[in-house]
Design a protein around this ligand. Structure first.
Ligand code: HMG
Ligand code: MG
Length: 310
């Protein structure tokens, strides 16, 4: 398989951790329900490709997201491979945490919003109420020794509210970090961010004590900006990047959200720039090809298309 010619790009970290969200963000938005065994096989293949951090599923209200109603079954099929501090699951509330603990998870992610409209639509709560919903979840999770991530959605623009003031994003980020999470993930849920915004937000967070070492970036690729925004974030010191195999993804409660930054597109750029990831590009491409076959449609990733001839 063709690989990029390597030319180190100054200013990038030596090593980047790819936080793989295909099995969760990717599959939560599929019209067809993907069988639990296919989901488990996806996680197995991603792990075998060298992806270390893999978000496996969601313990949300199954009426809201029926695509991931089989969360416990998927983890059951995965056995030890689905558990541990590097296999987070989405958990919105204590009911979700109970289910996740019963399934034996070692890491969770709560998910807030920078805007009121999306908080209502995604969590049926105001921003402040959602933080209060997360508080006992994070407390209990930490008491159980779990690793905890906190997402903030709509950091760079919102489909209903338009522009989102940076101060508003910073406030929600602070509320989440004050809960005692291990990592914050900045979500561009609808893929509208541009690189200046990324630099400004990371700078504003740094000024309130939330440095790039505590942050992951989560760009959806709706406007084709995800990779550019990621490279800018890496130059600002971020070393954790969310991506989904094949570029699957979206959010059922934000209609203008399309897929995440594709893991393969990210890998092509990082390999070429001489940044280590520990991930085998060819194995991820093969996984996306296999999944596309199961889903009956081609992968949206440019790199997958280029390397597999369509
Ligand atoms: P609600 O309806 O307000 O919940 O939903 P409730 O607390 O009123 O409970 C209603 C019923 O649901 C009760 O059952 C609960 O037990 C049950 P009943 O007593 O009527 O029989 N219930 C649950 N069942 C199983 N698991 C649970 C659970 N919770 C309640 N966890 C809630 C509130 C937060 C639960 C709901 O709004 C929800 O599940 N939302 C999740 C939406 C979602 O998953 N969105 C996609 C993920 S976010 C995303 O993709 C963005 C991200 O990628 C970053 C980015 O791109 O920006 C992370
Ligand atoms: Mg997302």
């Amino acid at each position: 398989m063709r690989m990029p010619q390597v030319e180190r790009l100054p200013g990038l970290p030596e090593r980047v951790t790819i936080y793989e969200v295909g099995a969760r963000d990717g599959l939560q938005n599929e019209k067809a329900i993907v069988p639990a065994e296919v989901k488990a096989e996806l996680v197995r293949r991603l792990a075998a490709a060298g992806l270390d951090m893999i978000e496996t599923t969601s313990f949300v209200n199954p009426t809201w997201v029926p695509q991931l109603a089989d969360a416990a079954e998927v983890l059951d099929l995965l056995g030890d491979l689905g558990r541990g501090a590097n296999r987070p699951v989405l958990v919105p509330n204590e009911r979700g945490l109970d289910r996740a603990l019963e399934a034996g998870v070692g890491a969770i992610a709560v998910f807030g919003s920078a805007t009121e409209t999306f908080a209502r639509r995604n969590l049926n709560r105001s921003v402040a109420e959602s933080i209060e919903m997360f508080r006992p979840v994070v407390d209990r999770a930490r008491a159980e020794g779990l690793w905890v991530r906190g997402y903030v959605s709509m950091c760079f623009g919102d489909p209903w509210e338009g522009d989102v003031p940076i101060g508003q994003v910073v406030d929600v980020c602070r509320s989440l970090t004050d809960l005692g999470i291990d990592q914050l993930s900045l979500g561009d849920t609808i893929g509208v961010a541009t690189s200046g915004q990324v630099v400004s937000l990371l700078g504003a967070l740094d000024r309130v004590g939330i440095g790039p070492d505590q942050i992951g970036v989560h760009f959806h690729d709706t406007y084709g900006q995800a990779l550019a925004n990621t490279l800018v974030a890496l130059r600002e010191g971020v070393t954790v990047v969310d991506a989904s195999a094949g570029g699957l993804g979206g959010c059922p409660y934000a209609k203008s959200a399309t897929g995440n930054l594709a893991t393969e597109d990210l890998l092509w750029a990082l390999e070429g720039a001489g940044v280590q990831t520990g991930v085998d590009l060819e194995a991820v491409v093969e996984t996306s090809r296999w999944l596309a076959g199961r889903m009956g449609r081609p992968s949206p990733s440019r790199v997958v298309k280029a390397l597999t001839g369509g």
